[in-house]
Ligand binder design. Sequence first.
Ligand code: URA
Length: 257
Amino acid sequence: MDWHIARAALDWQVELGATEAIGDVPVNRYEVEAEARAAKAAAPAAMKSVPPIPAQEPEIDAVAEATRLAATAPSLEALADAQASFDHCDLKKGARNFVFADGVAGAPLMIVGEAPGRDEDREGKPFVGRAGQLLDRMLAAIDMTRAQNVYITNVLPWRPPQNRDPKPDEMAMMLPFVKRHIELAQPKVLIAMGNHSCQALLQKRGITRLRGQWHEALGLPVIPMLHPAYLLRQPHAKRGAWEDLLSLKSKLRDLDG
Ligand code: URA
């Protein structure tokens, strides 16, 4: 088969949700297991008594490693390089692209979302799919744009398979990078966008209860907001999101004046 056709067929399968490569020919695993048992039984006694050599995997503390790498990054570029080359998070293996940030670094508002979805994974930028387009419209309603005065990132820089929820260990490994990201970007105000972002930044869950109330993280005011993906499914919740945007605008005005 032509390489390009094969590649397109593979991409299509990934798009459909295939996560494993399997052979063309079916394998009866019961037979394989029975054969292995028979081979073991037939092995000479000397071979049977040899104890298996345990695999010597060095124990890696991924959170400590992330903390070390993030703390020593002197700039956003260095942080992006350090995070992109971090190999202890399995999500990296399944993602097409590393998604670091978009917008103006140093902007007064920094939004911390959850994780890239399909469109973000494809483009290597956060919030570019339907939820991202809604987010842009929400920001425009308070005269803010990512081209001018907003900076956006996510807790996870790699797409979880089938957009599943981030796992606690994945978030724990990425948190040192997120914290350093915020330190280097120096926003005045943070939005924790959605439940997982609240969990990461505030160690709190229950976004429908938390939204709209000001909290503090890393010495900055943080407002938890309903995720735009949720607002797409629950349009009646947009009223609360609008209140939160007004509260955000007034906080930015107060901090300015
Ligand atoms: N949802 C997020 O939280 N982040 C994105 O980048 C896209 C969708």
